[in-house]
Design a protein. Structure first.
Length: 300
């Protein structure tokens, strides 16, 4: 398939420029990694930005303990292949220590518990910048972010008090205890990501491609059957051919009925769908401002 090479190369150049700015301006950056396609793209771009040297940022994964098995397997294989340093913040350890309290009931999820673990991991590592794979087209709260997004000493974000970004000038000055979230792929769309991954032939987790999996329907969203999810009365488990468009905690990551078995199939599917990729994320449906409320408290 013939992609708009110039457009993708411009996005690549912008993202690599921002990553190099982070390396130049900050003393101790870290790259947040979830195992999803956007964080895989971020790792690929970082590899290209600093090749032949190794990626100068450690990878930080906040592990809920309720991940898809395929995600953890892919993460470990990627880290070994690139020789990258991996740091894991464990939600389970935070629960065991009493730092956070696990939700109960049929809608319980550990997704929101990641915030406290993330902030503790950033503080423990004394990281002054955390690179993330969020994009502005994903969700309305993420559309408000700058490339360099300031966080105060409590790790909190004020969307009404952000620094201007003129041309290619980024202000990373901060006081002790503060840090920045940096989003190098802010201007990419979901379609851009997939076209670029296809062009670069980047390896991806099998979850993104059509496969048979036991699922059940909850309020119009298909969820993969899991021991971590308490079922409601009447929720019937059945087998369906599905794939993930976004990957997160199994308790809140919806799957999509799909026959897309290749990257080319996925690109065709995305080009014609009207549903956003986070349309199947149940954590975004808890309130009208769910994502923004979480981001203000320190969520990625």
């Amino acid at each position: 398939m013939n992609y708009h090479l110039n457009h993708l190369k411009e996005l690549e150049a912008e993202s690599i420029f921002i990553m190099r700015e982070v390396a130049a301006q900050f003393e101790n950056p870290v790259l947040m990694f979830s195992g999803g396609k956007d964080s895989i793209l971020m790792v690929h771009l970082a590899h290209k930005a600093f090749f032949p040297a190794r990626i100068p940022f450690p990878l930080l994964h906040i592990d809920t303990g309720h991940n898809f098995d395929e995600t953890i397997q892919f993460r470990d294989e990627l880290v070994e292949r690139l020789g990258a340093k991996l740091i894991v913040g464990s939600v389970q350890e935070a629960i065991d220590s009493g730092m956070v309290t696990e939700e109960k009931g049929v809608n319980a999820s550990r997704n929101g518990l990641q915030t406290g673990v993330l902030l503790e991991s950033l503080e423990k590592g004394k990281y002054d910048a955390a690179l993330g794979g969020a994009r502005r087209d994903e969700e309305k709260a993420r559309a408000k972010e700058r490339f360099f997004s300031h966080r105060d000493e409590f790790g909190q974000w004020d969307p009404k008090n952000q620094r201007p970004e003129l041309w290619n000038l980024f202000n990373g000055k901060h006081h002790i205890g503060e840090h920045f979230r940096v989003f190098p792929i802010s201007n990419w769309t979901e379609l851009d990501v997939w076209q670029y991954l296809a062009m670069e032939e980047v390896p991806l987790p099998s979850l993104y491609f059509a496969h048979k999996r036991p699922v059940f329907n909850r309020d119009g969203v298909l969820l993969a059957d899991s021991e971590f999810i308490m079922k409601k009365d009447g929720e019937e488990i059945y087998e369906e051919t599905v794939r993930c468009r976004t990957i997160g905690d199994m308790t809140c990551t919806g799957v999509w009925k799909s026959e897309a078995a290749t990257v080319e199939d996925i690109i065709q599917e995305i080009a014609t769908t009207r549903m956003t990729e986070r349309g199947g994320r149940t954590d975004d449906k808890r309130s009208e401002t769910s994502m923004e409320d979480r981001k203000k408290k320190g969520y990625f």
